[in-house]
Design a protein around this ligand. Structure first.
Ligand code: HEC
Length: 281
């Protein structure tokens, strides 16, 4: 009786698992007109993955010098650039950097808003006063805030890549999507032109309002790295992944220790169980 129930349960779990797999596959296959993202490897992938400090610093430079003209990163403050697990810029550098931006503060004692140099505790200033202004400057399209975009983007469009098991290892492909989009601009197919839109097979509808933002040597890296489009795309993507989860390294470290702890505990429990039940069969 007991055994029969166990088989039933296993059967149920297997069927449910397959159903979830299939529905996930069908859902993404139906949803995407976009090309599968390039599967490139980043230093922060995997259980022991870490950010490359130099890469995060370069990525910030790309954001600041290129993307920040159109995209906000509202959830970041200048001081985050100094915190452990991130780009870890020295404090005095962060202060100087913040001071190079003007932010609106107030109201003062007369009720007026005023401009002042930013301090490390200030959030990154946004390029536009509001979404309407941002749309108006970009042909009606809204440049999304980049802080959490690597988390909400989806790079895998083949059904088997979308299976929960592969996602456990490969994630959603958000970083891969950002990289592929930035490096994936192509000439529009012959005879097809769309006013104010640019052709990119990685974008959901293939046509987007953002012109290719990266050009060779578009920024000047302080560490001597050559600013190829590929390099800048990798660097700014890594920076965005960190921005979306500044405590990633800490999370992985703690997670690993918890697994070790639970393994030791499980072993002890097993030995205790064996001792208690030794002569009682
Ligand atoms: C000239 C303004 C401009 C610049 C510079 C710019 N973008 Fe964009 N970006 C846009 C606009 C506008 C959209 C919305 C496009 C649309 O919906 O058609 C967009 C959309 C995006 C998207 C979202 C794609 C999606 O799936 O919806 C990403 C990712 C992105 N930009 C990243 C970047 C990065 C990274 C940089 C810097 C390397 C950058 N952008 C520079 C204007 C810009």
């Amino acid at each position: 009786m007991k055994r029969a129930m166990m088989y039933k349960t296993i059967e149920f779990l297997a069927v449910a698992g397959i159903a979830v797999l299939l529905s996930a596959g069908v859902a993404t296959a139906a949803g995407g007109g976009a090309k599968q993202s390039k599967d490139i490897s980043f230093s922060f992938e995997g259980v022991f993955g870490k950010f490359d400090r130099g890469q995060l610093q370069r990525g910030y430079l790309v954001y600041k010098d290129v993307c920040a003209a159109c995209h906000s990163m509202r959830l970041l403050s200048f001081r985050n650039l100094n915190e452990p697990g991130g780009p870890e810029l020295p404090v005095d550098q962060v202060k100087a950097l913040a001071a190079s931006f003007e932010v609106t503060d107030g109201p003062d004692s007369e009720g007026e808003m005023f401009e002042r140099p930013a301090i490390p505790a200030d959030r990154f200033p946004s390029p536009f006063a509001n979404d309407e202004a941002a749309r108006a400057a970009n042909g009606g399209a809204l440049p999304p805030d980049l802080t959490l975009l690597t988390k909400s983007s989806e790079g895998w469009h083949y059904p088997w890549y979308s299976s929960p098991f592969i996602k456990l290892v490969k994630g959603n492909g958000g970083p891969e999507y950002i990289y592929s989009l930035l490096t994936g601009y192509e000439d529009a197919p012959a005879g097809e032109e769309k006013e104010g839109l640019h052709y990119n097979p990685y974008f959901a509808t293939q046509w987007l309002a953002m012109p290719a933002p990266l050009i060779e040597d578009g920024v000047e890296y302080g560490d001597g790295t050559k600013a190829t489009v590929d390099q800048m795309a990798r660097d700014v993507t890594a920076f965005m992944v960190w921005a979306a989860e500044p405590k990633m390294e800490q999370r992985k470290r703690i997670g690993f220790m918890v697994i070790i702890y639970l393994s030791v505990l499980a072993l002890l429990m097993y030995l205790v169980k064996k001792k208690i039940w030794r002569d009682q069969h």
